[in-house]
Ligand binder design. Structure first.
Ligand code: GLA
Length: 519
């Protein structure tokens, strides 16, 4: 035992600013739009030095600088993707075991104040890992015999989607010809979630006052409604995920009348490895089946862990094959033209998903959007419009509702098209159709108009097709001879449907290296 005097001396020697911040802290404060999202702080304090990490939405920042003093502490945390660095700064004070924090979203923005509470120790900045189930095959739900068609809120609205916008999209889709053209789903992406009630049920935030009423409204228009969640504790945007509540959430979705679930990985990626993904997706796949309502299951994990090899086994009707699309020519073409090797994995009920459409969002011209729509159709990709359906030009509506192009996408053979020839910036893709014909995309990725030639032998045909149709010009073509040449606009496409010729080879489309077409 130390003498009492020594203990007193020691106590007096502790500087008054050394309140210990060590521990896990969680912020669940309202944002200006009335929604909540979670920030985690994982802090370790030694003397006046504070280290650790801060997690804001899906982003992890490492604390690189700190100060601590009688007026409070400051933290600077940094995140880098290898090329760009992003920093966040917090000022704070510990008061009655609450961490009062202030930060700015941008250096010139106003201060945002928040309060963090202690999270259970030993859990890091996350809940504990739940045990994973043994792998098995989830029952097939029988949905998506052709690629899903609809609308999703993220590309245009991101966090600004709300009940009124969703109703507006349903009104527009039901009245502007999209519904008749085959569009069906109105899908709410991230940022609808609040927290959980005392029984653990997921609740909606104030942007979505009554999800059941909204689903009824969309159903009343003869459409279907989709929602979004994550296998992690939080979604990519930092809202509540389904982690540990999968069955309960699936039941809630079924009770609301939800028809489609997009299930997005990023909130789980620091708890589980890519190798464990399948088990996590299986949990929700089983939960959806158990909930008893047909809910299309769309996996979103950016094509990691070769999802095309197991996506169908977890009950998935579609799986993202890439990172997020942006409304630029480079983003769209880098994604779209990289899908060739995945063709064998697409089939009725189970589709490769190169992400949602950007058609009409303003970052590309109409030729480029025609390329986007044509390529996604040849790829048998989900056609989820991502623009504001209430407000688009006639040209954009025409692109989205071109029934001849949509028929290629929706062809019941369910075959994904392949690249059959490439020369520099020019590519020819072909998709085998149920009736024995083929859809052909002559794509010019170059910045100037270019002549592209397709030879019938490249398509496994001995003679010219018996008939051919230009799917954007909506006209029949008279084709004879051994090939067809056409000038294609910069960044544009000519898309044809050709019937089988009497001389078609038994094998159909030939292999993927027919450079001769451009010689
Ligand atoms: C990820 C997905 C996007 C979108 C956002 C929402 O980035 O890939 O499609 O759902 O999350 O936060």
């Amino acid at each position: 035992m130390k003498p009492l005097g020594t203990v007193l001396l020691l106590l007096l020697a502790v500087p008054c600013f050394a309140a210990d911040l060590t521990g896990n802290w969680v912020v669940r404060d309202p944002l200006p739009d009335g929604t909540f999202r979670t920030t985690y702080l994982d802090l370790h304090q030694e003397g006046s030095r504070i280290t650790g990490s801060i997690r804001v939405t899906q982003f992890y920042f490492k604390i690189i600088e700190s100060t601590d003093g009688p007026d409070g502490f400051t933290l600077t945390a940094s995140m880098t993707d290898g090329t760009n660095e992003r920093r966040v700064k917090y000022e704070g004070q510990l008061m009655d075991d609450e961490l009062h924090l202030a930060t700015r979203r941008r250096p010139d923005a106003e201060l945002i104040h928040m309060v963090a509470h202690r999270a259970p120790l030993g859990e890091g900045a996350y809940p504990a890992r739940l045990p994973l189930p043994a792998i098995h095959k989830v029952a097939d739900n029988g949905l998506a015999k052709t690629p899903p068609m609809g609308w999703n809120s993220w590309n245009k609205f991101a966090g600004r989607v709300d009940d009124a916008a969703v109703r507006g999209m349903a009104d527009a889709m039901a009245s502007n010809g999209m519904k008749e053209a085959g569009y069906q789903y109105i899908n709410i992406d991230d940022t609808w979630e609040a927290g959980r009630d005392a029984q653990g049920h997921i609740t909606t935030n104030k942007k979505f006052p009554d999800m059941k009423a909204l689903a009824d409204y969309v159903h009343g228009k003869g459409l279907k409604i989709g929602i979004y969640s994550s296998p992690g504790p939080n979604t990519c945007a930092g809202y509540e995920g389904s982690y540990g509540h999968e069955e309960q959430d699936a039941e809630t979705y079924a009770a609301w009348g939800i028809d489609y679930l997009k299930y997005d990985w990023c909130g789980a990626r620091n708890l589980y490895t890519d190798q464990e993904m399948r088990a996590l997706y299986q949990i929700m796949g089983d939960a959806l089946v158990k909930a008893g309502r047909p809910i299309l299951y769309s996996l979103c994990q950016y094509g990691r862990a070769e999802v095309w090899k197991w996506g169908a086994e977890v009950g998935g009707n579609a799986w993202r094959t890439t990172g997020d699309i942006r409304d630029t020519w480079d983003s769209m073409t880098n994604i779209g033209f990289s899908q060739d090797q995945l063709a064998p994995w697409a089939a009725p009920g189970h589709w490769n998903d190169p992400d949602m459409l950007e058609v009409g969002n303003g970052g590309m011209n109409d030729d480029e959007y025609r390329t986007h729509m044509s390529l996604w159709s040849i790829l048998a990709a989900p056609l989820l419009a991502g623009n504001d359906l209430r407000n688009m030009t006639p040209a954009i509506l025409e692109i989205l509702t071109n029934r001849e192009v949509i028929a290629v996408n929706q062809d019941k053979a369910g075959k994904q098209g392949r690249r059959i020839a490439k020369s520099g910036d020019q590519e020819v893709w072909a998709k085998a159709l149920f009736d024995g014909g083929q859809a052909i995309g002559l794509f010019n990725r170059g910045g100037a108009p270019a002549k592209i030639t397709v030879k019938w032998t490249d398509l496994g045909m001995k003679t010219a097709p018996a008939s051919a149709r230009d799917l954007w010009a909506h006209g029949d073509l008279k084709l004879d001879g051994a090939e067809y040449s056409v000038t294609v606009p910069a960044h544009g496409v000519v898309m044809l449907k050709i019937a089988a010729s009497s001389g078609i080879a038994a094998t159909g489309i030939r292999g993927p290296t027919l450079r001769a077409a451009f010689n």
